[in-house]
Structure formats: structure tokens, C-alpha cells
Design a protein around this ligand. Structure first.
Ligand SMILES: [Zn+2]
Length: 119
């Protein structure tokens, strides 16, 4: 029998950009949600916030799964690969060294990305 309280208190383990397999949702309903978001909003939300027009090619988690974000529609933003990668590099700083939620919330660079996502 596993030590449940300890398991429940664990943060996501260190991982590479893009989150761990266990945190990702590969369900049909999630894929459908992503497709509908891209249909409804085909431009990168982050580029749009800076006055650029770029096609969205993927769905970004506004708050990364690896930092406690969810697959809820409100946490998803259509994005281009460049923005997703740039944001991922910022997030990776927290994931790779371990993190404190308060540090994440105060980080000005991540706050800038969140603001551009319109949340
Ligand atoms: Zn972009």
C-alpha cells in the first residue's frame, strides 16, 4: 500500500518542456476541444496581443500542466510554435529547479505571458 499522504502532497516531478505524459490529456474529448478552439480562434493569441498576426498551430496551456495548470478550456490558448516554445523556456526555469507556487505567481515574465493570453 503506497504512502498516500506523501503521494498526494507531491509536486509534479522534474520534466522536460511540454509536460509529462501522465499530466497530458490524450482523450478524444480533449482533442476535440483543442480542434474547436483552433477553429474558433485560428490566430496565435500571444502574437495577437503584440500586434502580430500568426496562425495558431497548437493549443498552449496558459498555466503549464507542469506548474499546476489544468486542461480546462479557460486555461487553453491557441498559439504558434514560436510563442509556445518561448513561453515553455520560461516555464522550464521553474520546473527544472523545483519551484514554489508563490515564485511562479510573482514572476514578471510569466505574468506577461498570462496577460497576453487575456486571463
Ligand atoms: Zn505567437
Amino acid at each position: 500500500m503506497p504512502d498516500l499522504p506523501r503521494i498526494l502532497g507531491q509536486r509534479p516531478r522534474k520534466q522536460s518542456i511540454g509536460g509529462s505524459v501522465t499530466l497530458r490529456d490524450h482523450s478524444r474529448s480533449y482533442r476535440r476541444l483543442c480542434a474547436s478552439l483552433l477553429d474558433a480562434e485560428p490566430l496565435c493569441r500571444y502574437c495577437w496581443a503584440e500586434g502580430r498576426i500568426s496562425p495558431a498551430t497548437l493549443i498552449d496551456h496558459i498555466v503549464a500542466l507542469s506548474l499546476g495548470g489544468s486542461n480546462d478550456r479557460s486555461n487553453l490558448a491557441p498559439a504558434c510554435a514560436d510563442c509556445n516554445a518561448a513561453k515553455g523556456r520560461v516555464e522550464q526555469r521553474f520546473v527544472s529547479r523545483g519551484y514554489d507556487v508563490a515564485d511562479v505567481m510573482r514572476d514578471p515574465e510569466l505574468a506577461g505571458w498570462t496577460k497576453k493570453a487575456g486571463t
